[in-house]
Design a protein around this ligand. Sequence first.
Ligand code: HEC
Length: 198
Amino acid sequence: MNNTPWWASEDVWRKIAVWITAFMFVVLIFLTFDSVSKITAGSERVPPYSVINKRIGYEFNAERNMQVPVIGEQAPLFGQALTEEEAEALVTHGKKVVQGRNCMNCHTLLGNGAYFAPDLTKAWLDPAWGNEASRETLMTMFLKDPTNNARTFGSGRKMPNMNLTDEETRAVIAFLKWMSSIDTNGFPYNFKTIQQEG
Ligand code: HEC
């Protein structure tokens, strides 16, 4: 005679394992779609690519107790307003340059990468670029020749010349501007913004 209670039988536990696995598989599919909808450009926290035509502010939100990007009036990158398609092509190009040149070997973007060099997630809003008018020019000069335009902030670390073309540089800056507009829940923490004039 078998004295094992029904709930301790091998058969019951096998069924429980199968049901839990199947259930979690469904949860995983749901979470995947949910995540994709939240990281897609044009969703609540990730603005459409054409946001590079706008001014991007970064303001303290008392309710959320964190810095939050604020999309402002028209302020086209390099003075050239782009359509959504053109902006997407440019930002995508910039992202591919960043991936292709392995900027993540030294930098962090949206939580991925290394800590040798400054976090690039909000680099567009970095106060060190000076005022808004000079920012695009200074970023271009820096990216084209980072050793001779080094800022280093006392770290003594210099960025090597990545030999970016003019077009690649423009695309990288577009990518950095778009990335800075993403609501990253205040990440990276304690990032100070450029003084934005009205
Ligand atoms: C070998 C390491 C290394 C690699 C690879 C690298 N960088 Fe840098 N980068 C640095 C260092 C170090 C600094 C800080 C020094 C400075 O500002 O002069 C820096 C600074 C920057 C800044 C200024 C950030 C700020 O807010 O001050 C930008 C923008 C930047 N890098 C973009 C890039 C891009 C785009 C790539 C890839 C094409 C790249 N970097 C690849 C080391 C690197």
